[in-house]
Design a protein around this ligand. Structure first.
Ligand code: NI
Ligand code: MN
Length: 226
């Protein structure tokens, strides 16, 4: 059994009976998040990249929970300087963690930590096997044809796909992305947090369904069991 909670933006909590993984915990400065950082309990944190709308409250959560932060090597090295436990990886690599296997995928985007552009490695997506399900979180990315390979190799049950445009795919590209990956269900993310990424998630859901694939909207703060 996998429990999936959508905080909002690209932030999700995955948990099975034993472990909790939080992805891109952007909460404090996130106008659409309903949770409080102090409520978050997670033994693992996964970061797709260093941008502040993904890195978010990582340090506070990790320091309070003694969480292991998993991400690309260069970003992991930065996080480690803050006294947090890390596990660095890189694109294409997989590793067996106590909660299940986790593998990094490419993402076409950027990844810097500050306005000065400190190098934080490549941005990524991630495939996580947990609670008997396979989740593909695309991270921040444009559409790319290799998503077909991710679909073929990992056969995701759940695909978390950015739809807000400007920094990532917009709705029409995201609909094609879902067609490439063919997950059992696609869930939209990275929309309506800021004016520049306004998008109608129901339009995405309708277009995916019309194309013969399956999507559903998760509301901010909603939890589903798979
Ligand atoms: Ni970003
Ligand atoms: Mn972003």
């Amino acid at each position: 059994m996998l429990k999936l909670t959508y905080i909002s933006h690209s932030a999700f909590i995955l948990s099975d009976e034993q472990h909790t993984v939080i992805i891109d915990p952007f909460i404090t400065n996130n106008p659409t998040a309903k949770l409080k950082v102090s409520d978050i309990q997670a033994d693992f944190i996964f970061l797709t990249h260093a941008h502040s709308d993904h890195f978010g409250d990582t340090l506070e959560i990790a320091q309070r929970n003694y969480s292991l932060v998993i991400c690309v090597n260069e970003l992991a090295n930065y996080v480690a300087t803050k006294g947090v436990r890390t596990h660095g990886m890189n694109i294409g690599g997989g590793y067996e963690f106590p909660f299940g296997k986790l593998k990094l995928t490419i993402a076409h985007h950027g990844s810097a930590k500050s306005e000065y552009g400190d190098y934080m490695g490549d941005p990524s997506g991630v495939v996580i096997n947990m609670g008997g399900k396979t989740v593909y979180h695309c991270g921040d990315t444009g559409l790319f044809l290799d998503m077909k390979l991710i679909g073929e190799l990992s056969k995701p049950d759940i695909m978390l796909v950015p739809i807000g445009g400007n920094y990532t795919m917009g709705i029409d590209e995201a609909v094609v992305a879902v067609d490439f990956v063919k997950p059992a269900i696609a869930i939209p993310m990275h929309f309506n947090t800021f004016p520049v990424i306004e998008a109608d998630p129901t339009e995405f859901v309708d277009k995916v369904n019309k194309r013969g694939n399956k999507a559903r909207l998760m509301h901010f703060g909603e939890t589903l069991e798979f």
